[in-house]
Ligand binder design. Structure first.
Ligand code: ZN
Length: 299
């Protein structure tokens, strides 16, 4: 009998990542650009059909951009709901995949998925309360509190919190279609590109864009530290590939906390408190795979 394997899908704002396997060192994966729902979901289904057979594939987990309906008692469970992404509103991603592959399918947010992957295999091993932020085209945050993935009325939307916006220093009005100058509206990759007229990867290290960016992210992290008291903060996403950004964020977080919290994890060891994901860009798809494993374990 062939070994059991699981499927994971990370649906991101710009790309889909799909994987089948059991662990980071035992996974076959692919990725492609996020286009229309039919095309992208169709490609994912084809990938699983081509890389597994029915008796092997036990379940599929999806770590999705949102907002997503995660209430299993809701008639729209597994739907992507009010997303600003063109044509993806009210898409029943869970049902589309379940009906084609005939296996159980579970969904959570992309950031909760990545958090789970980091807890099992990466930078959050041994922790029970931590957050995972992604700072890329958009900004999102999720994580685990007291051992459980963060859910609630809906699920956290940490990218849409309010952060101080000094209009004199930064006259850009923000790009969030719902809120204008929320965190995502001011500090996402999309906001950087619209504010400065060039893509963040083309902005040189000395450009004032980066100090502004570090300030917004530090304000947000300051708020998350005070509200959730995380044991660690993992920051992933495309923008942290600038090697100067994380040190600047750490410094500004220390300035913003201003000695109020007496934890050596923060005051003496902030380099290990605000960290990059150990699974790198694979955190989401590995986490999705872990979500799939948990359906069968009944968790
Ligand atoms: Zn917003």
């Amino acid at each position: 009998m062939k070994d059991r394997i699981y499927g994971g899908i990370e649906t991101g704002g710009t790309k889909f990542v799909c994987g089948v396997g059991t662990a980071p060192d035992n996974i076959v994966k692919t990725q492609f650009a996020t286009t229309s729902p039919d095309e992208s979901i169709g490609k994912a289904i084809d990938f699983f059909k081509n890389n597994s057979d029915q008796e092997q594939l036990i379940a599929i987990g999806i770590a999705s951009f949102g907002p997503v309906d995660l209430d299993k008692n809701s008639p729209t469970y597994g739907y992507i709901t009010t997303t600003p992404k063109d044509s993806w509103s009210n898409i029943s991603i869970v049902e589309k995949i379940r009906s084609q592959l005939s296996v159980p399918v579970v969904i959570d947010t992309d950031v909760n998925g990545a958090a789970l992957g980091e807890q099992v295999w990466g930078a959050a091993r041994g922790l029970d309360t931590f957050i995972y932020l992604t700072v890329g085209t958009g900004i999102g945050g999720g994580g685990i509190v007291n051992g459980g993935l963060m859910h609630g009325l809906l699920h956290p939307e940490m990218g849409h919190i309010r952060v101080p916006h000094d209009w004199e220093k930064d006259p850009y009005r923000g790009c969030c279609p719902f809120h204008g100058d929320c965190l995502e509206g001011l500090a996402s990759g999309k906001a950087m590109e619209l504010r400065w007229g060039q893509s963040p990867e083309n902005l040189p290290a000395e450009h004032p864009a980066w100090e502004l960016e570090a300030g917004y992210l530090a304000s947000a992290i300051n708020n998350f530290i005070y509200t959730i008291s995380p044991q660690r903060i993992i920051v992933g996403g495309g923008l942290i590939k600038n090697p100067d950004l994380m040190p600047a964020v750490r410094q500004k977080v220390l300035e913003s906390l201003n000695g109020y919290l007496h934890s050596e994890a923060i005051t003496r060891d902030i380099d290990h408190y605000i960290v990059a994901p150990e699974l790198g860009d694979l955190a989401g798809v590995i986490g999705a795979l872990e979500l799939a494993k948990r359906i069968r374990q009944g968790i």
